[in-house]
Design a protein around this ligand. Structure first.
Ligand code: PDD
Length: 279
């Protein structure tokens, strides 16, 4: 692969970052994952906007303007002849002596981008649906910022796996927050789409926004509010959304089968429509 590091295009083995980088020492970095399908960027505007927001919330400076950022995304796709997969972008506060105090503002940030090939269209999970385990949300309190602090989501996913589930749905104060790396949604028995309202408790999913818009345009009633694990267990359908998974049905929550245990009709429709509008 050809990767991007601070303005340079390099073979992946030649791209080196200092052990003093604050991403490495402090988790002081943000990231974005943008999906590529048919060589095209999906929902790019949303990912670029969220990247800028994450940066500004942490006082990080993105060294590329809008045109240069878009150009870098197109260039990494072209250089890697990418058809289907993802672009990972990470911005850290740069290299500095280990210190809890941020380094001076003029410290050059570290910006890296790489690609990962993945057949995003043919996703077995989308056909069978996934099972989720409900686990406490023990992440920090600013989940609206897409930081690289992914240890707890990773641990939660491992715990879910050890319980025989595919993923975790996290809950806090009696309400579901998110999946380990995706947005959680349910369809009630009377056909309303319930998804948590945006706050510091969860990431503002870019796919979430697109799918809500799509659902709205198809006359599906949407309730943006927190829902409980009990509501999830009683739901007619459940699903997750994320950049590279689009819409994936959830067919089991802990030991409770959702609907008839097969991907729900509305969920499948939203997946097909999402893919169709992106192509
Ligand atoms: N994860 N919530 C969390 C905690 C996430 O990590 C993600 C994305 C989402 C969905 O956001 P979007 O629809 O914008 O991808 C929600 C990415 C894909 C990842 O970490 O790999």
């Amino acid at each position: 692969r050809t990767v991007y590091l601070n303005g340079k295009w390099l073979p992946e083995d030649a791209a080196k970052v200092s052990i003093f980088d604050r991403a490495f020492l402090m988790g002081d970095a943000i990231y974005e994952v943008t999906c590529v399908l048919d060589g095209m960027l999906l929902d790019y505007a949303g990912h670029a906007a969220r990247l800028r927001r994450s940066a500004s919330e942490l006082g990080l400076t993105l060294p590329l303007d809008d045109d240069a950022l878009l150009k870098a995304h197109h260039e990494i796709v072209a250089r890697n002849q990418m058809q289907s997969g993802l672009i990972y972008l990470q911005l850290s506060r740069g290299v500095a002596e280990r210190d809890f105090v941020f380094p001076p503002k003029d410290t050059p940030p570290t910006l890296v981008m790489f690609t990962q090939a993945k057949d995003v269209l043919n996703n077995r999970a989308a056909e069978t649906g996934i099972s989720v385990a409900l686990l406490p949300d023990l992440r920090w309190g600013r989940r609206d910022i897409k930081t690289v602090q992914l240890l707890y989501p990773s641990m939660a996913k491992m715990e879910a796996r050890s319980r025989g589930a595919d993923d975790a749905w996290l809950h806090e104060d009696g309400f579901v927050t998110e999946a380990s790396s995706a947005t959680a949604h349910i369809i009630t028995t009377d056909g309303r789409l319930v998804t948590r309202d945006l706050s510091h408790a969860l990431l503002a999913g870019v796919t979430r926004a697109s799918v809500l818009e799509l659902a709205q345009s198809h006359g599906i009633e949407i309730e943006e509010r927190a829902f409980t694990p009990d509501e999830a267990r009683a739901a007619r359908e459940a699903f997750i959304t994320s950049a590279t998974n689009f819409v994936v049905p959830v067919v089991r929550v802990d030991d409770v089968v959702i609907g008839d245990g097969h991907p729900g009709a509305l969920t499948q429709q939203l997946r097909q429509q999402y893919i169709a509008t992106q192509r």
